[in-house]
Design a protein around this ligand. Structure first.
Ligand SMILES: *[C@@H]1O[C@H](CO)[C@@H](O)[C@H](O)[C@H]1NC(C)=O
Length: 411
């Protein structure tokens, strides 16, 4: 009797977990079973929040910051235990960082300053420790893994300013870390890809600094001007690690919208009602023109969402300067000439697919050397999920990144 009851409870639990965690994934995705499990765990974590929200603890957009992904610790970084590199915590220009250096630290080494992803509001340098350790080993560079401050507590421009300050310090005083300042590149993924591009844009225009040697931009978030690009419409629910409305919430928090107003701003931005019609026809619009996308992606396959209300003047008034600011949105920079050679990863299953395509295309049009990596079967976040589970799409992208770095370093 007892055993029967136990078996029933266990069966029902497994069934419940499977139902909550299940999400139909698109065909063509690499490693679908592994991704199914990873997304199942993610959905379960979110289901816990749904229960909290039901009990009155905020709304989904208010809770888009996942605090369990931003732990702070003073313990040695985990990868220090591997023992092949010197891995230490430090503070550069007032910003906490993790530094990965060769053990025998004689002579000068090239370096990469890395900015983690997480929508400018979540994740941490520690969460990226394993990936950064691999980056350091595979490229033979010193890695500076930057724990920049996060929104909503520290909205734009604080996160990007932290990244600029750390990179400028390395370009000026890299010798302190045995870094050859003529061989420094920047890198980042998702929001961190945006930060890497912004830092490259800003510091390339500072004449007294050594030139950055490259920028590596993994599936970046590049603009909050048009949230109805074809990838936003067609891939919204493809892999539930990042949906179109969550991206709108991240942008809103990064813009400095507070918790009280986040639901309203997120809805307006996600419905693309935050920009007035005349601005939609301005020069800014030409930077996100779908005609810059590869021909097969210029028209969404799904119908555009029907929006019933008009544009929101109050929201626009509050965000208009930020939306057009190149440090918030490198894609809005009128002039991209002279930037360092770029590696751009674009994933097939990613609401930000078109942001990556657009930035790569605009760099190319400005005469910048671009290595575009189209991750067929890849999805948003694959290089960080890869630290938990082997993924073909992440592996092939990273191996191309490591060759790109070696090429740039003339190795
Ligand atoms: C994306 O999906 C969410 C539900 O997760 C929905 O609220 C939002 O309107 C969708 N966005 C688009 C552009 O379809």
């Amino acid at each position: 009797m007892f055993l029967q009851g136990l078996v029933t409870v266990i069966t029902l639990t497994i069934l419940g977990v499977a139902i909550i965690g299940y999400h139909p994934l698109p065909t063509g995705l690499e490693n679908p079973i592994k991704v199914q499990v990873a997304m199942g765990i993610l959905k379960l974590l979110r289901a816990v929040r749904t229960v909290q929200e039901y009990l009155g603890y905020g709304s989904p957009y208010q809770n888009v910051k996942l605090h369990f992904l931003t732990p702070k610790t003073d313990d040695p970084p985990k990868s220090a235990a591997i023992g092949d590199l010197k891995v230490t915590r430090d503070t550069i220009a007032g910003v906490p960082v993790i530094v990965y250096q060769p053990k025998d630290n004689s002579g000068l080494y090239p370096a990469i300053v890395y900015f983690h992803g997480g929508g400018w509001v979540t994740c941490s340098a520690d969460m990226y420790d394993t990936l950064m350790h691999e980056y350091a080993v595979k490229t033979g560079t010193v890695i500076i893994n930057v724990d920049y401050r996060l929104a909503p507590e520290h909205p734009f421009p604080t996160p990007v300013q932290d990244c600029i300050d750390v990179t400028r310090f390395i370009l000026q005083h890299g010798a302190k870390y045995n870094i050859d300042v003529t061989k420094v590149g920047v890198a980042g993924d998702s929001a961190g890809g945006n930060l890497a591009a912004s830092v490259a844009l800003k510091l390339t225009r500072e004449p007294d600094l050594p030139r950055l040697l490259f920028q590596i931009i993994h599936y970046p978030a590049m603009q909050a001007f048009d949230l109805h690009l074809p990838s936003y419409i067609d891939l919204n629910q493809s892999v539930p690690i990042l949906t179109q409305d969550q991206m709108a919430a991240f942008y809103a928090y990064y813009m400095g919208v507070n918790r009280e107003n986040i639901d309203h701003f997120t809805t307006v931005i996600s419905e693309n009602r935050h920009i007035p019609a005349d601005v939609r026809k301005s020069k800014l619009a030409s930077f996100v023109d779908v005609k810059l996308l590869p021909p097969q992606y210029q028209t969404p396959k799904n119908p555009r969402p029907t929006i019933h209300s008009d544009y929101d003047a109050q929201v626009y008034a509050q965000i208009k300067d930020i939306v057009a600011d190149p440090l918030f949105s490198p894609l809005m920079a009128p002039d991209l000439t002279g930037l360092p050679p770029a590696f751009v990863q674009v994933c097939e299953f990613d609401v930000l697919r078109d942001d990556g395509f657009l930035y790569a295309r605009r760099l190319q049009d400005a005469g910048v050397q671009v290595k575009l990596h189209f991750g067929k079967g890849g999805f948003h976040g694959d290089i960080i999920i890869y630290i938990f589970v082997q993924l073909n799409s992440a592996e092939s992208c990273l191996s191309e990144v490591y060759s790109f770095v070696k090429d740039r370093l003339g190795k």
